[in-house]
Write a new protein. Structure first.
Length: 278
């Protein structure tokens, strides 16, 4: 019978093997951001996943338009419920503009045995309250196969707590356990690769877009000069206007809570920050 020390040793050895398999010499970094949640890599995958139609030349502008089309929603608690929250964009314009060139570069450099793994910490401003900001992590894989650009997410809308947080590393083509779902476009527009017996999407984390339709995705609405599109992807909270009273800000904060746009934890933290200023 193994001692506690032996069991810990076996666990650490197994963990080391898994890390080596995941982050070994077969992973090539295209971009690494300032923390563990921003990166783009080429990773060699199992043979049953490929071969992929790589290298693939897809302009960054087309990939940016794809990213801007993506939305997510928190599903309802009951099977017949259509959703428990409103649809939200995955990538604000500034984030999409920064991520797309790295994805384009990775696809152009990939070989038929590699797919692109990405993770991005996107900025989300809550309603019109510019002093309320969340950083949400979206990560997954991207590749070209069967004449389609395919994106499968491992995590959608993950709210970073610590830089040491461990996100799901499951194969997103086999399983998905995230709390948010992609809002899939109509099947006639972007056919989903994973349909159930009734022809409905079996998992709402995976889209596949025919390459010949990429150019048909509409251009995003241009942001005003000096607007959000001109800001960096990671934005510090903006200070409130000097004339705004604490009472007005607290009322706005309570309204966001009542509309389920922020959590109780967010409300308590921001409320205390406002009170500490006065």
């Amino acid at each position: 019978m193994k001692t506690r020390g032996q069991r810990i040793g076996w666990f650490l050895m197994l963990a080391g093997m898994l890390v080596a398999l995941r982050w070994g010499s077969k992973a090539e970094t295209i971009y690494q951001g300032p923390d563990n949640f921003n990166y783009v890599q080429l990773v060699e995958v199992k043979k049953d996943r490929g071969p992929f139609e790589h290298p693939a030349v897809i302009p960054a502008q087309e990939l940016e338009r794809v990213l801007l089309e993506l939305e997510y929603v928190k599903p309802g608690l009951l099977p017949f419920s259509k959703g428990g929250s409103k649809e939200r964009e995955l990538f604000p314009q500034a984030d999409a503009a920064q991520l797309a060139p790295f994805l384009s570069q990775a696809l152009k450099k990939a070989d038929p045995s590699q797919w692109v793994e990405f993770s991005w910490k996107a900025t989300r401003r809550l309603a019109q309250a510019s002093f309320l900001v969340k950083y949400l992590v979206h990560d997954g894989v991207l590749f070209v196969k069967d004449g389609r650009l395919q994106i499968a997410f491992r995590n959608i809308g993950y709210e970073e707590i610590l830089e040491t947080d461990m996100l799901s590393r499951l194969d997103p083509l086999r399983s998905y356990s995230g709390m948010y779902d992609l809002v899939l476009p109509p099947l006639g527009q972007w056919p989903a690769p994973n349909l159930d017996a009734q022809g409905e999407p079996a998992r709402r984390n995976w889209i596949a877009i025919p390459l010949d339709t990429l150019a048909q995705i509409p251009e995003p609405v241009a942001a005003p000069a000096g607007g959000e599109a001109q800001e960096p992807a990671v934005l510090p909270p903006s200070p409130p206007p000097a004339q705004r009273s604490a009472e007005a800000r607290l009322q706005e904060l309570k309204k966001l809570l009542d509309q389920d746009l922020i959590t109780q934890e967010d409300y308590d933290r921001k409320k205390q920050e406002i009170l500490d200023e006065f």
